[in-house]
Ligand binder design. Structure first.
Ligand code: NAD
Length: 428
């Protein structure tokens, strides 16, 4: 039996729909619905109060056909093997859509970092890395930041790994501080990618991005940078919410001031440049673009019927349930799916990994220009596939991704009637 839980089940339903349209070979289909490796570890940590606590950690390498596994590490009380497996699968499709030579992985630790000291988080990170050390490395599996982890956590991951192998190995993680092999532009890359695909989607639908109204859920790394860069190209950010509350201003929020306020208050709630707004109020706003950039399963059949936005750009991973996605598609809402919309992060991670292995670093401008080209290429591939098969953008993104992974799986040898297929390919 396959590993299934509700989140992985949601991933499988999206996968199955695309695989059916693609008429995927049943054997390849079977391969691609199983995680390659699921690692579960227990991480004992001496806490500041003198007690020992044991935290559960996971690392899943879903598929490594295209290259080393790639994916973030998440620290959150709700982390589960189901969630990490689904996120690792989504990373597989995301890397394939982004057209970077990586497989998909993900990690997580069940913990509440908001209740832990920096020393406790460092000790937990180092123990977790020690427990999974044989499975990671520049050629095997390259972690990155995710919810509640950052460049400092990545520095601890890199340092612990380097101590064990006996030399400095920068390419074992991405999203590192610039001073130790991080890439310029990486911190902003996911949000920059969201901005680029939002602009491309608007162009595709004939919506003028200048003056287009935008509402954002989540004001962390992805949400805040998306808001800032969209404002910079002339969009009007009218509403933002986070874990605590939100703020709305129909005339447009001052994003620079909101960033300053959120940095001090750790929330956008109470920002004086607008009126209060709760998370539920966000969904029904009459805006051009809605950007969920917080957690998964936020757009459900409870709130999808209220949505009035023309375009939804999924900054977060898995923010829309499959039922809600179908509902939005039927109503003609243009949804740019997570595996395309937030692939700017993994694309810049690929750039960072390349620079680390090369030992030669690019300017921020070079990074941003390459990111722009990759995101536009990915948007074009997915929108062309959506037109070709007359499907929504999510199904199209899966078709692009599955086709790329399936093709390499076959060429590498996993193919029924292999010799004739190889010979045919060789002739063409
Ligand atoms: P983050 O921790 O920096 O920010 C998360 C934001 O979501 C915060 O503003 C938080 O207040 C808000 N939030 C949390 N719970 C909420 C709730 N119940 N309702 C409303 N808001 C809530 O995380 P991030 O790095 O910005 O990641 C956000 C999402 O984007 C995640 O799904 C992550 O997997 C995905 N993602 C991140 C990256 C990246 O490079 N950081 C790349 C790809 C995808």
């Amino acid at each position: 039996m396959n590993e299934t839980g509700p989140i992985f089940g949601a991933m499988l339903r999206e996968f199955d729909r695309a695989a059916r349209i693609l008429k995927l070979d049943p054997g390849i289909w079977r391969i691609l619905t199983y995680p390659k490796r699921q690692i579960v570890v227990s991480c004992p940590v001496l806490m500041d109060n003198g007690e020992i606590e044991v935290f559960r950690g996971y690392r899943v390498q879903y598929n490594i056909t295209l290259g080393p596994a790639k994916g973030g590490i998440r620290y959150h009380p709700d982390v589960s093997l189901d969630e990490v497996t689904a996120l690792a699968a989504w990373m597989t499709w995301k890397c394939a859509v982004a057209h970077v030579p990586f497989g998909g992985g993900k990690g997580g630790i069940v913990c509440d970092p908001t209740r832990m000291s920096a020393r406790e988080i460092e000790a937990l990170t180092r123990r977790y890395v020690a427990e999974i050390i044989d499975a990671i490395g520049p050629e095997k599996d390259v972690p990155a930041p995710d919810v509640n982890t950052n460049d400092q956590v990545m520095a601890w991951v890199m340092d612990t790994y380097s101590m064990h192998v006996g030399h400095t190995e920068t390419a074992v993680v991405t999203g590192k501080p610039i001073e130790m092999g991080g890439s310029l532009g990486r911190r902003e890359a996911t949000g920059r990618g969201v901005m680029i695909v939002t602009r491309e989607a608007a162009k595709h639908l004939g919506v003028n991005i200048k003056g287009a109204t935008v509402a954002v859920q989540g004001f962390g790394n992805v949400g805040s940078v998306s808001a800032e860069l969209l404002a910079a190209i002339g969009a009007k950010i009218v509403a933002v919410t986070d874990w605590k509350g939100g703020v709305i201003n129909q005339a447009g929020l001052d994003v620079a001031k909101l960033l300053e306020y959120a940095a001090t208050h750790k929330t956008v709630e109470g920002f004086p440049g607008g009126e209060p707004l709760d998370n539920e109020g966000l969904w029904g706003l009459d805006v051009d673009v809605l950007i969920p950039a917080a957690l998964e399963n936020q757009i459900t059949m409870e709130n999808a019927p209220k949505i009035r936005a023309k375009i939804i750009v999924e900054g977060a991973n898995g923010p829309t349930t499959p039922d809600a996605n179908n509902h939005l598609h039927d109503r003609g809402v243009f949804v740019v799916p997570d595996i395309l919309a937030n692939s700017g992060g993994v694309t810049a991670s690929y750039f960072e990994w390349v620079q680390d292995r090369y030992g030669y670093f690019w300017t921020e401008r070079e990074v941003n220009e390459r990111l722009e080209a990759k995101m536009r290429e990915a948007f074009r591939a997915v929108s062309a596939t959506a037109s070709k098969f007359a499907v929504d953008m999510r199904t199209a993104a899966y078709i692009v991704a599955i086709h790329r992974v399936a093709t390499v799986t076959k060429i590498r040898g996993m193919c029924r009637g292999r010799s004739s297929w190889v010979m045919r390919s060789a002739r063409s």
